[in-house]
Design a protein around this ligand. Structure first.
Ligand code: NIG
Ligand code: FE
Length: 410
């Protein structure tokens, strides 16, 4: 199967991740471009005038639009039950995220809804959400468990994630977030909960059924400390899962240094990151993932994106889509927030949500870039240049979504 996308006003040729430094701010842009897809992979791209001849099975007219790699949302809690708009309003009136969490709301509120649902109900509530995320331009989506908070309920969530993966035309990457919060039956006994959720039998089941590729922990006051987080991640790692960490979200907790120590794929949030921690990230493979939707939603101070960029780090953005701190499904909207809140340029936001997000999911060799041999996961945008995309806040510019060379939405 050989297809040609022609009539591209701008092709943003994002290189494979991790992309930091000069390349982060200046991905190559080919004007008046074309791109050839062969058997689901990018076979050629360049100025349309130089496009190779040869028989084609399909011609796709970009109609003067912009073509970019498919977006990768590398941090989401998109599978859950229920809704928490009551807390949203409480927060507007002054309650803090931590106050709500400590008064039995927050993550525990969604936990109650998730425990009351079966796999099919979880799928029914979450699938439309995932489909909307795809319509917004996402071609690879990470989804975490973390609202079951018991071995059986966590397994149920991972099964719901797997079921959703079967029903959508994109790749879903599952993460076991067993250590997201302390469930009420373990009040005052966090070490016992960590032991229960790190149980060998449970982790073996997750590994044998390939229910999770990554593991994750909320390392924070009100959740788990560094020592408990280390124990949980180490146990998961023994069973083949790659660590990720919710780090430095509400305080400087040392969680990012733990992520580096454990060779985690990413350290996510980083609102409270300090200089010595930035230095620790510089010598590591751990990708900094920023979630400006949380600052927007919780009216909290954002992560120091420009500082991380100036340090040459391969900064990444994600939605963190979840019912408490960021009920946001659109990654392009997060790119607009990357510009308006974090002062990143549209080009930087795009690299963040493609090549670097692929690296945060350890898939930089096959997705996230416009490179020969990379999977043809592409978006055709209804804008004549990249900058216009996040500039037009909150309206979709995504005309066509291509996954593995196949049009999945137009
Ligand atoms: O990434 N910080 C912890 N977890 C989520 C919030 C989950 C929730 O409030 O339901 C986050 O912000
Ligand atoms: Fe999160």
């Amino acid at each position: 199967m050989r297809s040609l996308i022609n009539n591209i006003a701008q092709l943003v040729a994002v290189p494979p991740g991790p992309v930091g430094g000069q390349a982060f701010s200046n991905p190559p842009i080919v004007e008046k471009a074309a791109l050839v897809i062969e058997d689901g992979k990018i076979a050629w791209f360049g100025p349309a005038a130089n496009a190779p001849a040869g028989k084609l099975d399909e011609m796709i007219d970009a109609a003067g639009g912009t073509v970019v790699p498919g977006l990768i949302d590398c941090h989401t809690h998109a599978v859950f039950a229920g809704s928490r708009e009551g807390e949203f309003v409480r927060k507007l009136k002054g309650a803090s995220y931590l106050e709500i969490l400590e008064s039995g709301g927050g993550i525990r509120s969604t936990m109650r809804s998730v425990r009351a649902a079966n796999v099919e109900q979880l799928v029914e509530e979450s699938l439309p959400r995932v489909k909307r995320m795809i319509a917004a331009g996402v071609t690879t989506l990470e989804i975490k468990s973390g609202y079951g908070l018991s071995p059986d309920d966590e397994l149920k969530m991972l099964r719901a994630i797997r079921e959703i993966a079967k029903r959508v035309p994109i790749e879903i990457v599952p993460t076991f977030l067993g250590a997201h919060a302390l469930p009420p039956e373990f009040d005052g006994r966090p070490d016992d909960y960590i032991a229960a959720i790190s149980d060998d039998g449970l982790l073996e089941r997750i590994a044998n059924d390939k229910l999770a590729e990554f593991c994750d922990v909320f390392c924070e006051r009100g959740a788990f400390n560094v020592e408990q987080s280390r124990r949980f991640l180490a146990a998961c790692k023994t069973h083949g899962m790659t660590p990720k960490v919710h780090a430095e979200q509400l305080s400087a907790s040392g969680a990012t240094k733990l992520a580096v120590e454990m060779d985690a794929a990413s350290a996510d949030h980083l609102e409270f990151i300090d200089d010595s921690t930035i230095a620790a990230l510089q010598g590591s493979r751990t990708i900094p993932v920023l979630l400006p939707g949380c600052s927007f939603f919780l009216h909290s101070s954002p992560a120091p994106a420009r500082k991380l960029i100036d340090a040459g780090l391969p900064v990444t953005l994600a939605t963190d889509c979840n019912p408490g701190s960021a009920m946001i499904e659109s990654l392009p909207l997060i790119m607009s927030m990357g510009c308006a809140i974090l002062r990143m340029t549209p080009a930087e936001c795009l690299v963040a949500c493609t090549a670097n997000a692929a690296t945060a999911l350890r898939r930089q060799d096959c997705i996230g870039a416009i490179a020969v041999g990379h999977r043809a996961d592409l978006l055709i945008l209804d804008v004549p240049n990249l900058d216009r995309w996040p500039y037009r806040v909150g309206v979709s510019a995504v005309r066509t979504v291509i996954k593995h060379g196949r049009i999945i939405q137009t």
